[in-house]
Design a protein around this ligand. Structure first.
Ligand code: LLP
Length: 463
């Protein structure tokens, strides 16, 4: 979400509230490459294409609403992250952003690892052939069943989130006769500049073990005391959709200080630190995300500097980007159903999806961009609110959008940057059928997650 979200939004195109984020774009037909995936372009006939296929054709073949994922862009982002961090670090893609077997296969081919946070994500990663030692298992309340499966599968690390979990994983590993590699998730006391619900390193929230009051040091003591655990290091994830590197720097410093304290107390230099994910992406033209190489440079330098001053060997760094890899690679395609101009208020444009395929606007006040993609238009910009088809007035797709005034039912609209946390947080509210994810590459489109059907819904309903 952009940090420039404003609370209520304007009512008219001509009455923008003070501080409104932007006037109408100079050219409504232009596509800002910052928010669209790599292969998206407007063709000579005015229709937008991805991977060489026009959206009108995609809508005809796959229907709407649907997510279209630019495979070339996804792979390029994986490579950029892997390259930026180099062979002495590890990049774990955060599966919660969006996970499917095809995605796992691409990750494997591009040399990335995967972070999972549930039995469901673990089974998807394993089913698609990700080697278990390239899987990290997260979560603040993993069930015993999930822990057992993870240990049996041989996951490369389990990230321990509480004192109970240290004992639980140690017990299960002992039972299974395994020495399980683990990290300890710590909270470093950083207030990340993002939405409250997705900030995770301040003390008053459910994740991790606090550094400040000595709890993290105690957790290390306990983990080192179990022969069935191999303590690899500590983990810190400060939140999501963050643009400012300062929070990561403070986090890295505090984590390194903890490693130094562990060395002083136990004579052990833990070999790894994980600095989590959370790097922001551009949802609108106002957002300015950092490139992977800038992030890698900043993090590597700060860790090296801190280690040097503490007299520690630099640990192996890992990171867990989710949104920054998959977010920009997909757009959601909708068809306009109704347009309702409310005199003196605002114009509502209803599309055939909504909060069931993108809950982020309702949940976090997230901002998105949107464009007419089935044709160009020379009409004046009109300020509208794009809404879904759910029985709820908070069912907003884009709060304030400029679209051409000649917009009509049947037109196709696309919302870019919906690759992360849209399909993965989709619901069946109002018995909506969750849309498919279609991967597009070099003129070929392939369904990687199919559209739900009414039979799927009825199959779960035992009457
Ligand atoms: N690592 C850990 C331990 C995490 O908890 C998360 C995200 C990530 C990595 C990946 O963060 P990313 O790079 O994708 O920002 N549903 C929210 C985001 C919640 C993220 C939860 N954890 C949203 O739609 O913005």
């Amino acid at each position: 979400m952009s940090r420039s979200a404003h609370p209520a939004g304007p009512r008219h195109a001509d009455v923008l509230p003070e501080g409104h984020y932007s006037p109408p774009p100079a050219d409504l037909n232009a596509l800002d490459e910052k928010v669209w995936s790599r292969t998206v372009r407007r063709e000579d006939d005015g229709v937008v294409s991805v991977g060489g296929i026009e959206v009108t054709k995609l809508a005809e073949e796959f229907g709407t609403p649907a997510y279209f994922l630019d495979e070339e862009d996804f792979r390029a982002r994986c490579r950029a992250w892997a390259h930026a961090f180099g062979p002495d670090a590890d990049v774990f893609y955060a599966g919660k952003a969006f996970l499917s077997k095809a995605v796992v296969k691409w990750l494997k081919e591009e040399g990335l690892n995967v972070d999972v946070c549930s039995g469901g994500e673990l089974s998807t990663a394993l089913a698609a052939g990700m080697p278990a030692d390239r899987i990290a298992f997260h979560g603040n309340n993993k069930s015993e069943g999930e822990i057992r499966r993870a240990v049996e599968a041989g996951v490369g690390r389990i990230v321990l989130d509480s004192f109970q979990e240290i004992a639980r994983v140690a017990h299960i590993a002992r039972e299974l006769g395994v020495r399980q590699p683990v990290q300890i998730r710590v909270t470093v006391g950083v207030e990340a500049h993002t939405h409250e619900f997705i900030a995770t390193a301040h003390e008053d929230q459910k994740f991790g073990i606090a550094v400040a009051d000595g709890s993290a040091a105690e957790a290390v003591r306990r983990a080192l005391g179990h022969d069935s655990l191999e303590l690899l290091g500590v983990h810190s994830h400060i939140g999501s959709q963050i643009f400012d590197m300062a929070g990561f720097e403070v986090s890295a410093k505090r984590v390194v200080r903890l490693l130094a304290a562990v060395r002083d107390e136990h004579g052990v230099e833990l070999p790894e630190i994980d600095l989590g994910g959370g790097l922001g992406i551009a949802y609108t033209s106002n957002d300015d995300p950092r490139e992977p190489h800038e992030i890698a440079k900043a993090l590597t330098e700060i860790v090296a500097r801190e280690c040097e001053s503490a007299g520690l060997r630099a640990p192996r760094i890992s990171v867990e980007p989710g949104r920054a890899i998959v977010g920009p690679t997909a757009f959601t395609l909708y068809e306009v159903g109704t347009i309702k101009p409310l005199e003196g208020l605002r114009t509502y444009v209803s599309v055939d999806g909504g909060m069931s395929d993108n809950i982020r606007t309702a949940l976090y006040d997230a901002e998105y961009s949107i464009a007419l993609v089935s044709r160009t238009s020379d009409a004046e910009p009109m300020l509208v609110r794009v809404v879904g088809k759910h029985c709820e007035s908070g069912d907003i797709v884009v709060k304030d959008a400029f679209l051409p005034a000649d917009l009509a039912p049947g037109d196709l609209l696309a919302v870019p940057a919906t690759g992360a946390y849209c399909r993965s947080m989709a619901s069946n509210y109002n018995h909506a059928l969750r849309p498919p994810v279609v991967a597009v590459r070099d003129g070929q489109a392939r369904v990687i997650v199919r559209r739900e059907t009414e039979e799927d819904l009825l199959r779960l309903d035992l009457g």
